[in-house]
Design a protein around this ligand. Structure first.
Ligand SMILES: [Mg+2]
Length: 380
């Protein structure tokens, strides 16, 4: 068929930003609470970006923060959002650069780029919807489903009995793996919880543990050795998130893979982990590293280094991104965000299925609107 030019340049008409507070059903505690560094978590604050174009296309994206930072993300996004209006929404790389330069003095990591992530993710959602493709397909997927594991059942505020019951429920729901938190001040309690869950789920169900950065190097090595017998898929965040050398030494000393990366707030910070071979499994978070544009750069580096991938949180976004990774990845199942969206992600036989809906495949629910505390719209 002869080539027919079909594309008519489009332009962003509106960028609508909103901030919403999602309350958690119960206060959540990981090791950071038991070491006194943080209070139990009771809510998650979201920054939503909704973009419309002159041709009538729409995209939605989000960023989030836990415990602090939500108002700052929203404030910075409001300062720069006008910059995007009138631009072609398909030129995401150009737009991202423009947004970064609009706030260049606050840097290219952390809060500054987390504020841009919501817009960047909305642009990818919009582009995939224009193409009529799920985001994974727009980017180019290796698979239509991704191995998934449950985290929300294994927090330290839950008793062993509750953790076991939730693990059984997750497995019944088609979620393949179970992750539980460790890092209690009393190591024997940690080991008892891991042993109880391993015995409960049996030897064939993938099991992970997460210390949320609360061990020092000596403790991590001792605990890592004692945990080898449980045949864990990985030990997550055994050390401070920025201790790349410590992670590298630990990963070299243990048979059990070491996972980390969720707390890092830019590709540059991840580059150091990758360059020092600090982990076997890298756990980036697209909203935290500045959006999908940045996340895709990171995936290229991680793949070249031969790392496995298990993105952190936000399964609604990461399911699509993990589906594009050459090595078989994991996606973290958290049902916390379910009330924000009208759609549900399906799990079956241990895997999460990439939805066939275009874009991310999510729309904001009435509940998300009800939890919205402020909005701002930018247009011509
Ligand atoms: Mg974690």
């Amino acid at each position: 068929m002869p080539y027919q030019p079909a594309y008519q340049p489009d332009a962003i008409r509106t960028v609508r930003l909103s901030t919403a507070t999602l309350p958690l059903a119960t206060a959540i505690s990981d090791a950071k609470v038991f070491t006194g560094r943080q209070k139990p978590m009771t809510e998650v604050v979201f920054l939503f970006a909704e973009i419309t174009t002159e041709q009538g296309f729409e995209g939605v994206g989000f960023s989030y923060s836990k415990r602090a930072g939500g108002p700052a993300q929203y404030a910075h996004a409001k300062e720069v959002a006008q910059t995007a209006v009138g631009e072609d929404p398909n030129d995401i790389a150009k737009l991202y650069t423009k947004l970064v330069w609009a706030g260049a003095s606050v840097g290219r990591s952390g809060l500054a780029t987390q504020a841009l992530a919501a817009i960047d993710i909305a642009l990818y959602d919009l582009k995939a919807k224009r193409a009529g493709l799920p985001l994974a397909k727009l980017l180019g997927a290796h698979r239509d489903s991704v191995r998934t594991y449950n985290t929300s059942g294994g927090f330290l505020n839950a008793s062993i009995e509750e953790v076991k019951e939730r693990a059984s429920r997750s497995i019944t729901e088609g979620i393949g793996g179970i992750k539980i938190k460790v890092g209690l001040p009393d190591a024997t309690r940690d080991l008892a919880r891991v042993a109880a869950v391993r015995e409960h789920i049996g030897p064939d169900v993938p099991l992970m543990v997460d210390a949320n950065q609360q061990w020092d190097r000596g403790t991590a090595l001792r605990m890592g050795r004692r945990l080898e017998e449980f045949d864990l898929v990985w030990i997550e965040e055994p050390l401070d998130a920025y201790d790349a050398e410590g992670h590298a030494a630990l990963a070299a000393a243990l048979d059990t893979p070491v996972a980390t990366g969720e707390m890092l707030a830019s590709v540059a910070e991840h580059e150091r982990l990758i360059a020092t071979r600090a982990c076997d499994v890298i756990q980036p978070d697209a909203p935290r590293v500045g959006g999908i544009t940045q996340f895709l750069r990171l995936l290229t580096l991680a793949d070249q280094a031969g790392l496995d991938l298990a993105p952190h949180f936000a399964m609604e976004i990461h399911l699509h991104l993990a589906a594009t990774y050459p090595r078989e990845p994991w996606v973290e199942h958290f049902d916390w965000l379910d009330p924000l969206f009208n759609e549900r992600l399906e799990t079956k036989d241990g895997r999460m299925l990439v939805p066939d809906r275009p874009g991310l495949g999510v729309t904001l629910s009435d509940q998300a609107r009800a939890w919205t505390t402020d909005t701002a719209t930018f247009t011509h």
